[in-house]
Write a protein that binds this ligand. Sequence first.
Ligand code: GLU
Length: 284
Amino acid sequence: MYRGRFAPSPTGPLHFGSLVAALAGYLDARAAGGEWLVRMEDLDAPRTVPGADAGILRTLERFGFEWNGPVIYQSRRSEAYRTALGRLTQASVAYPCSCSRRETPGGVYPGTCRGGVRDPGKPQAWRVRVKDVAVTFEDRLLGPQRQNLARDAGDFVVLRADGLFAYQLAVVVDDAVQGIDNVVRGADLLDSTPRQIWLQELLGLSRPRYLHVPVVTNEAGEKLSKQTFAPPLNPDEPTTELRRALRFLGQPEPTGATAPEIMRAAIANWNPAAIPRLMGACPA
Ligand code: GLU
């Protein structure tokens, strides 16, 4: 059984980049006769905008997306993340760390607190140990991928010093609990995937298949996001936006005048092999 998901962070309205990720995942799931779930990644309370979740769901509906089951919220799932961290700690693969970002040159943590917290008076994060080995996986679009976690990431944070669980841990726990066996998302997360695979292995969880779609950029070549002031999707123009997203994904022009009709045609036509492999600017 194919089961996929869309996992937006409710930090604002959906933009064209989020539509592309949602659409690719939705079409891939439905074309396989599978299920498609929505999960709100609202772990980072300070960045969460009240009402953004409802706005996202309303937009998805207007665009003709239909999801299976209830929408789960990461902000209500701390117990599950704590249990997972407990298992890592028990297996001695996680350890507390008092180092700040400044002590992580080039983003790769040198392992300062591996043998014991350096400054017990400071707030502590929890990190997971990595090994000097290559993690490899096959991306369905981009082909074979490999990353050496010790060299490229270092021991990484699973619980932040401010008490918030890290995305890397939450996403792995939730994908497993929800039975997700296919992850389709933006290529900006490609270099997170080896860390997630590492956690799946440490926690004895199965590995989904991965498909990373190109990131949508603005004219300055920046990823569309709230930080780069990406304009929100126009909820009154679902058919225009859907056609644009399909074009971006290299899919044939769909027939149909309404969003549900376009969706039906796009599912029938879905061809993941036609997705471009490079980053792409937002088509007009
Ligand atoms: N919440 C993440 C985002 O909005 C997506 C996580 C994922 O798809 O794994 O960028």
